[in-house]
Every structure is written in structure tokens, then in C-alpha cells.
Design a protein around this ligand. Sequence first.
Ligand SMILES: [Zn+2]
Length: 489
Amino acid sequence: MTNKLYETITGYLLLLVALANQGCNNVPAKDTKDFDLVILNGRVIDPESGLDDIRNIGIKEGSVYLITKKPITGLTSINARDLVVAPGFIDIHQHGQDHENYTYKVMDGVTTALELEMGTDDVDRWYSDREGRALINHGVTVGHVKLRMKIMNDPGGFAPVSDAVYRPAAEEEILLLKEGIRHGLDRGALGVGFGLMYTPAASKWEILEMFRIAGQTKAPCYVHIRYAGQKEPNSCIAALEEVISASFLTGAPLHVVHVTSMGFRLTPLMLQMIAEARSQGLNVTVECYPYTATQTTIESAVYDEGWQESFGITYNDLQWAVTGERLNEKSFAEYRKSGGMVIAHSISEDVVKSTITDPKVIIASDGILSEGRGHPRGTGSFARVLGKYVREEKLLSLPEGIRKITLMPAQRLEEIAPGMKNKGRIRVGADADITIFDPDLIIDQATYEEPAKFSAGIEFVLVNGVVVVNNGRLYDNNFPGTGVRGIIK
Ligand SMILES: [Zn+2]
């Protein structure tokens, strides 16, 4: 018997046993240690089935095995009385993909963090670098920006700074880019990432050529669009038209990243365009982060001539991530030469509120923390949604807030990565990625001045059935995270 067949048969048997257990309400619970772990008396919220009630959950071999009102026992147990038991949060926009970042993610309730916008130029190496060494689940796209940097020998880091920004691709370079994207998708990348604002010399035809490769296998394209703000002709509206059109022409599903930091006060118009595209049958999704400031590298093309007019801000709205200082004309020029992360206070609270409450908007962090410095969105986004916007401001119900950070991101990914059908839900057979939090206490604590602060109220987190946060304390010497990957051809 092949391993695969064995696994399949075992899987069916486990499922049958689980179904039998679930169905037999009047069979007394076995008092032996039936489960590896049980979560008792928690308020279980599952956004897919609509379950929102007190349940016990039995976990075995990394999966949810039983959800019941009846008493159950396990080798270990978690008392979740007065706590909410939710699917582990899924962050579909997380750049920081190392141990430091994973610790902050998990303390913000995240069990799966995906780098979909920038991606990588080497999918196999990206996954093998993290295998057996990751606190949480992780995954990546093949990135147009990263491939362009590699093919054009651009010395940049997070974002390109040289030829990949300013030089149009030659015909043979476009062929290499297409080949790179095709290879990445063949190796199980989660789609194709684009940062069009970081590669302004990439022609619209070049981008269309990339979308065509994605469209052949219906691989989603996750795009930071070409322009932000209101200044025509290079407005966020024109930029969104470009990618909606590319999606229509090629059949590639489209995901628009961090919409509020592209649209600013025009964000409602962008959301209207996305709704219209969807009503025409296009597969378009959108995300935002729950903050009023953006962050990127100051030396990137984002801060090329004209940024003040486009974004409607000036030097004093910029904050240097390393020191927290506000900038002026002189310090801006100096830091643009030396390079580094800059925060821009450019989004109004009204725009944040109207966007996160739009039912089609997924919430993701766009996070990256480096030696404790960065934007608080990298460490507090998810607790902030549930603490500030659900509990304090009552803009969203708790199940709706949870849906935006669990089921919706899972659904965006599940066509390209069928494993995502077992994440973002609490149901029998789902992966035991579970976040248990105190709904009265959950809140972000990270600030622009002190981003490296764990969120409060995250009491227990399980990744593939392994407890990595226990009574609010991080156990960071376990590495139960696995790679979320598309089908390898
Ligand atoms: Zn971006």
C-alpha cells in the first residue's frame, strides 16, 4: 500500500469515527483519554456554519475531531470558559516571514501568515528555508517585483531601487519574467504577486503578459496597484482600471491589497468599482489594514517626485520607523539617500471605518517588523479589529469581525491551495488551528512609537493541534507551522 493510499484510507476511517461520535448524542462520553487535547466550555464561533454557542472540542492528530455539548476528556485540556474559541486568524498580507515576526503574529492570534504581494523569486527555496522551523503556517506567491529584481540585477532589498524600478523590460526579459512566473506556479506558489507602484517602468503590456500566465491556471494575482491617491491622470482610479481590465482580459482572479492606502479619501469609489466588477462576474477581492498610516521604504518609487500632491500629505505627516521622529524637508532628503522604513499618516479614520465595515473587505496586516521596529499593524492588526472596532466601537459584530480574518481569507486561497478548505473554520476534519481569546480584554497594544508589543487577550493558540500560546504565554520553541502551498505540477 502506498503511503498516500494509506493516508487516504486512514483519513476516511477517522472521519467516519468522528461523524459517528458527532451523531451519537446519547452515547455517554468515553471517560478514557479519547483526545490529544480538549477545549472545554468555550463560546465556539464558526463563521461558515454560523455556530455561536458553548461547545467542547476534541482534537486528535492535529485536526478537529469532535464538536459537542457533551463532556469529553483528553490527554490535556484547556478551560475556555468565558473565552471565545475561533478559527486561527489568517493573515493574507504578511511580509515579515521569520521567527521574530511569527512570534508577534501568533500573539495577535494569527496561525497562518502569507506573503502574497511581494512574493519570492524562488518558491522551492522559500518553503524549504522554513520547513520544520516555523511557529505558524506560512506561504508565498511567485513575485513579479522579485523576479524583475533578479533578472535586472537590482540591488534593492524589500523593494527595488534601480533598474527594476526605472527600466522598461526588453522583449527577452519579458520572456524570462513569464517563464519565472510559470515555473513558480508549477512549484506550488499561491498565485502571482505584484507591486506595480514599485516598478513604474513595467509597461501595461508587461503586466498583461504576467496576468496571461496566471490566467492559464486561474492563479490569483495579488496587486499593489500602480498609483495611489487622487491626482489624475495617475490616480488610484486609473490604476484600479488597469488591473480590473487585466483580470477581465486574462481570466486571472484579482486581489487588490491595502485598498485604503491606495485610495485614501477615494477608497469608497474604489470599493464601488470592485463591487461593479464582481456584479459583472469577475473574481475580485480586496483587503485593508485597520490603521490610519501607511509604511514602506523611503527610497522606493513610492516617494518619487509628486508624492505630496498624490497622497495629500507633507513632510510632517511622515514618521521615521527606527526613531519615531517626524520628518522635514531636510531629514526626508537625508533618509531617502540612506534608505529605510517610513510611516505616513495619510488615511482618515472615517475611511478606515467605512472600509473595514464593507462586507466584501478582508482584513490583513501588511506587516513587517525588523528588530522590534516597524508599523504597529504588523503586531496588532487582528486584536485591534476585535477590540477596537468590534467591542469598543461596535462597528462589526463579533462573528462578522472573525469572518473577515478567518473564513474570508481562507476562501480567497482555497481554489489555488485546496488545503485552505481546512482552515478558517471550526468543523470536524478542519485543521486544529484555533485561537482562543477573551472578548472583554482583546486589544492591540502596539503603537507607532512602540510597535513591538504583543496584543492583549490572546489566551491560547493552537497551530495544527500544538499549543503555542498557553494562558497568554508564548511557547516559541515549538515549530508546528507547515507550508501552505498550491498543487505542485
Ligand atoms: Zn503594498
